[in-house]
Design a protein around this ligand. Structure first.
Ligand SMILES: Cc1ncc(COP(=O)(O)O)c(C=O)c1O
Length: 476
């Protein structure tokens, strides 16, 4: 029997949306816990969070949790022994028990009016223009294709390679494999490079989807601290040597969530660590298109070629719905990636790749439009926060698509309460491999109209919250 304790935040994420149905809260909670157990999400013998801990992260009373635990005990799912807590007795164990890939789950029901859970941006106006242009003729030409192209269309790979070369990282068509977005790219690369139990280093905070991907691979994910110049190179080198890391995953430009772009000095320092420790590194450039000023260059231009893998997509500049991304890497990594991808989706969508080839040359124009749009929403949001939530603190980013704010309160509990009021926000701990950033929240800047209504509503909610949320020390 495994006596490990289930982290309250982890269980809260598995229970996402538990309170959206109708009925008494303790019944809804018992139903949701039973579903998690029946799906095999918890290991027999592991210990559930205490009533107090689970009550805190779900923002309910201890009595509600107690009543739900009692129901599951009566049904034989869990057992309790005085002093030993509530243990899982039965679980169907269909999933890997340690799977922590639960961060992209949201609390949002489809009809949630104030949904700030997603960082997705609206389609660029350039899309309508491209769709009126020669696109249909090019798609018609591609109908002659009578086979799958797992590597991706040559013309689109050429456009991606040209963009890298223009940004100072010499790239040929053969260096690129197209995917269905950068999340897919990351997932394929992780399948190729990560074995269960391998240590993977990430920035803390990082893109929450990466934590899901690495969790699914059963990696041991270790967070490395960052400052306003980027990841800390000393802490990085220590972590590589101490933990025997197999891979590093980073967001050096317009980081999702902090908006930080690594300084040129920091890039060189980190590249030196990578070269010294021979650490394969994934540079996720998905957000890099949202950089401020000149493109700061790619990490791949500074590290030995065999160690550098870059991924990217059209999502931020143009639209997430296109689902075209890519991997730039060595022939060895790309060949293995193609082997993996044919077992999952055979190949990407041809019309989407044709559209991508038409859009990529418009990147500079798309970037100017996005920057203006995001700067406008950032200023609007800063104005709303100073008016309605003046106690919340943050650095104003000059890049990226979100505002990373410190709400100076327990944001897991706050998010759980707000979800019940049909306002969905993602707490900071979702972006940390070890559930740090417990007082932070991510505000996505792609939704000005929602922010305009949500920020006053959150302020109103906090004012009404009986006694107000317990103030806690700011924590990372
Ligand atoms: C850093 C980062 N990587 C990857 C993704 C996944 O995007 P896509 O698969 O649409 O390219 C996102 C989306 O928000 C992201 O912010």
């Amino acid at each position: 029997m495994d006596g490990s304790r289930i982290a309250p935040n982890h269980l809260a994420r598995q229970l996402a949306g538990w309170d959206l149905g109708k009925g008494a809260l303790h019944t809804l909670l018992a139903d949701a816990l039973r579903d998690v157990l029946a799906e095999g999400g918890l290991t027999p013998g592991s210990v559930l969070p205490s009533r107090r801990e689970l009550a805190r992260v779900l923002a309910v009373s201890r009595m509600t949790v107690g009543a739900a635990y009692d129901t599951l005990k009566d049904e034989g799912w869990v057992s309790t022994r005085h002093g030993a807590g509530t243990r899982v007795r039965m679980s169907s164990q269909r999933c890997a028990p340690d799977w922590h890939g639960d961060r992209l789950r949201t609390y949002a029901a489809p009809d949630t009016p104030l949904d700030l859970s997603s960082g997705a941006l609206p389609a660029s106006p350039l899309l309508s223009r491209a769709l009126r242009g020669p696109w249909t003729a090019s798609v018609r030409e591609s109908l002659l294709l009578d086979r799958f192209v797992p590597r991706g269309l040559e013309s689109t790979r050429e456009a991606v390679a040209a963009a890298y070369s223009e940004q100072g990282l010499a790239t040929t068509t053969d260096d690129i494999v197209l995917t269905n977005g950068s999340h897919h790219a990351l997932s394929i690369v992780a399948d190729v490079l990560v074995q269960p139990g391998d240590t993977v280093l990430v920035e803390d905070p990082t893109y929450r989807g990466a934590l899901d991907v690495l969790g699914r691979r059963e990696a041991r994910v270790v967070g490395v601290p960052c400052d306003e110049e980027g990841i800390d190179p000393l802490a990085l080198e220590t972590a590589v040597r101490r933990d025997g890391a197999r891979l590093l995953y980073v967001l050096p430009t317009a980081h999702n969530v902090t908006g930080v772009t690594w300084s040129p000095r920091r890039r060189r320092e980190v590249a030196d660590v990578i070269a010294r420790t021979q650490l394969p590194t994934i540079d996720d450039g998905s957000t890099a298109d949202l950089h401020a000023g000149q493109h700061p260059g790619h990490l791949g231009a500074l590290v030995p070629p065999g160690l550098s893998i870059s991924i990217g997509s059209l999502t931020k500049l143009f639209w997430a719905g296109i689902r075209v991304g890519w991997i730039r890497g060595s022939a060895q990594v790309l060949d293995a990636a193609i082997d993996r991808r044919v077992t999952t989706d055979l190949a990407g969508s041809v019309p989407s790749q044709v559209l991508a080839a038409e859009l990529l040359p418009l990147a500079a124009e798309a970037r100017d439009l996005r920057r203006a749009e995001l700067a406008h929403t950032r200023d609007l949001t800063v104005g709303l926060l100073s008016e309605y939530l003046p106690g919340w603190t943050y650095s104003v980013p000059d890049a990226g698509a979100c505002l990373w704010v410190d709400a100076h309160t327990d944001t897991v509990a706050l998010a759980a309460r707000l979800a019940r009021a049909r306002i969905v926000v993602i707490p900071g701990s979702h972006f940390s491999p070890t559930d740090n950033w417990t007082t932070h929240l991510r505000l996505p800047l792609g939704r000005p109209a929602t922010l305009e209504r949500a920020i006053p509503a959150i302020a109103g909610f906090l004012a009404e919250w009986a006694g107000g949320p317990r103030e806690v020390a700011t924590s990372r």
